[in-house]
Ligand binder design. Structure first.
Ligand code: SAM
Ligand code: SF4
Ligand code: SF4
Length: 338
């Protein structure tokens, strides 16, 4: 079971699986409340892939080279019975890394069960420690302490290393960069700073709101000297930096200012079973229709291969060089999975 390559010679190595398009937060850069309000048409239960359907696609994808699976959403911990899915995925031959991205608000209650089911590690999104800024970024009244408790619970349950992702938006939480760095220095979590991306159609993204990773790095290095660490593997999306005084490391994800399309080995499966070969795609391949029409494993695997072999996506590398796509509206991150 070798790995297949796309038109730009990129192998298929990662599968991100969105298990729900719903979320208990309303981060303005992802699911702004004006768009994702009470009358928003989220997917119906019958439209979601069942755990058995997800496992089948993941198993076939592993047969085509996928080695890493990440569960995401929406907020994946809103999907009922998630540990059962984790246990099913953990049994798939060839999967070396099984991770979950979560906003952390429900993690305390679930960390141990997820670890026992076979989850390897978690990434927790946290954009600020100050309650007012956290509330403004995520449009929620939930206390930031719940996320911090979730991080501790994940660590205690062995879901390590816990990574913490901070999306930086100019004028909203960029004044929190040093405070976040200080909080996580010397702790076991790896804090990663993410450039605000122009995903989807609803966040009203503007380039001026992006704080370049180079600026973030300079601000931190001016306070605590840093040295660059080598990439841990091909296709690593974050540049990694160690504090010279031994207080751990940070990561920077410069998806806007230094795109990493040439090493992009990820496919994404939406909660309703569409396969996307790029975060910025406007349409996906409907695997659910095939599954529910009774396709065999061989037919599904052949379809997966065909999709990947025909892939030429490199949206971020072309961003700026081309006008916005005329192919239609881009899908939202909460639907396709971050
Ligand atoms: N709800 C979970 C969470 O927030 O971790 C999982 C899904 S969320 C879509 C996955 C990741 O995408 C989060 O770390 C979030 O901060 C990030 N994200 C969402 N919209 C983004 C944007 N416009 N630019 C950069 N990162 C974004
Ligand atoms: Fe929800 Fe995650 Fe999107 Fe925030 S980033 S709205 S927590 S899905
Ligand atoms: Fe991959 Fe598309 Fe992002 Fe480029 S823009 S890194 S191809 S998901």
């Amino acid at each position: 079971m070798g790995s297949i390559a796309d038109l730009l010679a990129r192998p298929l190595c990662d599968l991100r699986i969105s298990v729900t398009d719903r979320c208990n937060l309303r981060c303005g850069y992802c699911m702004p409340r004006e768009v994702f309000g009470t009358d928003f048409a989220f997917l119906e239960r019958s439209e979601l892939l069942s755990f058995e359907e997800i496992e089948r696609i993941a198993r076939l994808a592993a047969g085509e080279g996928v080695r890493r699976i990440r569960l995401t959403g929406g907020e994946p911990l809103l999907r009922r019975g998630l540990p059962r899915l984790v246990a099913m995925l953990a049994r798939i031959e060839g999967i070396e890394d099984l991770a979950l991205t979560t906003n952390g608000t429900l993690l305390s209650a679930h960390a141990r069960e997820l670890a026992e089911a076979g989850l390897h590690r978690v990434t927790v999104s946290l954009d600020a420690l100050e309650q007012d800024v956290f509330s403004a970024m995520s449009d929620t009244r939930l206390p930031v302490g719940r996320v911090l408790a979730g991080i501790d619970a994940a660590h205690a349950a062995g879901l390590r290393p816990v990574k913490v992702n901070m999306v930086v938006r100019r004028g909203v939480n960029d004044h929190c960069i040093l405070e976040m760095a200080e909080h996580f220095r010397g702790r076991p979590e790896v804090l990663r700073f993410i450039e605000y991306m122009d995903v989807g159609e609803s966040n009203g993204w503007r380039l001026e709101q992006v704080v370049p990773a180079s600026e973030i790095l300079a601000a931190i290095a001016a306070r605590w000297p840093l040295r660059e660490l080598p990439a841990t593997r091909h296709g690593e999306v974050a540049s990694r930096w160690a504090y010279s005084d031994g207080a751990g490391e940070i990561g920077l994800i410069h998806s806007v200012t230094q795109p990493f399309c040439s090493g992009c080995t990820r496919a994404r499966l939406s909660a309703d079973g569409r396969l996307y070969t790029c975060l910025f795609a406007s349409s996906g391949h409907d695997l659910r229709a095939l599954l529910r029409a009774g396709a065999s494993d061989a037919q599904l695997a052949a379809h997966l291969r065909e999709i990947w072999i025909g892939r030429a996506d490199r949206y971020s590398a072309l961003r700026g060089a081309t006008a916005r796509t005329s192919r239609g509206a881009r899908v939202e991150m909460s639907y396709i999975g971050g």
